[in-house]
Design a protein around this ligand. Structure first.
Ligand SMILES: [Zn+2]
Ligand SMILES: [Zn+2]
Length: 355
């Protein structure tokens, strides 16, 4: 071996070693996700979703691979990677997610002259964004938002109004009237206290968007809009699906079967939350007293009527005994952290007749 070829062999080895270490650094380990299952709600399975996040394909700091593995590690069942103006992450994300049982919707985030930001979900490759920023009117250099929204509808997609700081604009109202804008974020973790959030319910969020959702038939979303590595408490959009698939998730969104879970609260429609709580909480009379059992991953705070010491917290997958003195055949509960509008808690009644 000549001196030159020894040197080139050494360089090759060094290059290989550095490539290997880069590969290892880029590949976060899979960990056991936290327990996050809910009991079935009738014909529906309850999935934990996050439908707004970014990678290096736009202004995020992480790769597609990192984002997918992280979502799995945090216990999500369904995600969308929504880079600004591009769905470039989708193919890799879907192939990485499949063996993990994680559902990926094809998505992107668009905006209209930087005011409303719109998350596009489940759009097929038939729709290719021309530019991330749409024009507010026809005849401009950028594509007109109405033409783009129609193309998205034709390609099977729907739109969620992201961090709705721009207000209830004409474009958003047009999209709702056309049946293309189908959801709104009531919580976006990335914007913190900015982007016209309101300090309410112990956090910064969009309670006014909860009212829009109820008034205009929009699905509720709590999304991360994560641009870098996650840490701590993460928002979740619960989706009650008939089928565990991208089309199952999309059908559930269109039919308004979502619940926003953030900062220890559940925000949703009364009918859906009643069913969710009915399936998740078991209340029965035992020789020791009334036993309240929480079969889901959300800690629940219950104010009980007609029971001494009436405010109780039931940990995820935990139970609480509320005393033998609890009388009557019905236990009435006001769920302090479950909201059916920005101003009203869900109430339930449980039959505890001894049989
Ligand atoms: Zn945005
Ligand atoms: Zn975003």
């Amino acid at each position: 071996m000549t001196r030159m070829s020894t040197l080139s062999a050494m360089i090759t080895v060094l290059l290989l070693l550095s490539a290997a270490s880069t590969l290892i650094a880029d590949t976060p380990a899979l960990t056991d996700p936290p327990r996050h299952d809910f009991p079935r709600v009738g014909e529906y399975e309850v999935l934990c979703g996050d439908f707004h996040m970014h990678t290096v394909n736009s202004d995020g700091e992480q790769t597609t691979r990192e984002k997918v593995l992280e979502a799995y590690n945090y216990g999500y069942d369904a995600i969308a990677i929504t880079d600004h103006g591009t769905a470039r992450s989708y193919r890799l994300a879907a192939s990485l997610a499949r063996p993990l049982g994680l559902i990926v919707l094809r998505g992107a985030e668009m905006d209209i002259r930087d005011r409303p930001h719109l998350v596009v979900l489940n759009v097929s490759a038939d729709y290719q964004p021309r530019n991330p920023r749409w024009a507010a009117g026809p005849g401009e250099e950028n594509a007109f938002y109405q033409d783009q929204m129609r193309e998205i509808r034709l390609a099977g997609g729907l739109i969620v109004y992201a961090h709705p700081h721009a207000g209830f604009t004409d474009a958003v109202q047009w999209g709702i009237a056309e049946g293309i804008v189908r959801g709104v974020e009531v919580k976006n973790a990335e914007v913190g206290s900015g982007y016209d959030t309101v300090e309410s319910h112990g956090t910064y969020c969009y309670p006014f968007a909860f009212d829009w959702a109820l008034d205009h038939d929009l699905a509720l979303f709590a999304n991360s809009d994560s641009h870098n590595a996650r840490s701590g408490d993460q928002p979740v959009t619960l989706v009650l699906v008939k089928e565990r698939s991208p089309s199952g998730v999309t059908e559930a969104i269109r039919e308004l079967r979502t619940v926003a879970w953030f900062k220890g609260m559940l925000w949703g429609r009364e009918e859906l939350l009643s069913k969710l709580i009915e399936s998740t909480v078991k209340v029965r009379r035992t020789p020791e007293g009334i036993l309240v059992e929480n079969c889901g991953p959300v800690a629940l705070t219950a104010a009980l009527t007609g029971v001494a010491g009436n405010l109780i917290e039931i940990e995820p997958y935990g139970e609480k005994l509320i005393g033998a003195e609890a009388g009557g055949d019905t236990i009435s509960v006001t769920w302090q952290n479950v909201w059916i509008s920005p101003r009203e808690n869900l109430r339930s009644a449980f039959d505890v007749t001894t049989r």
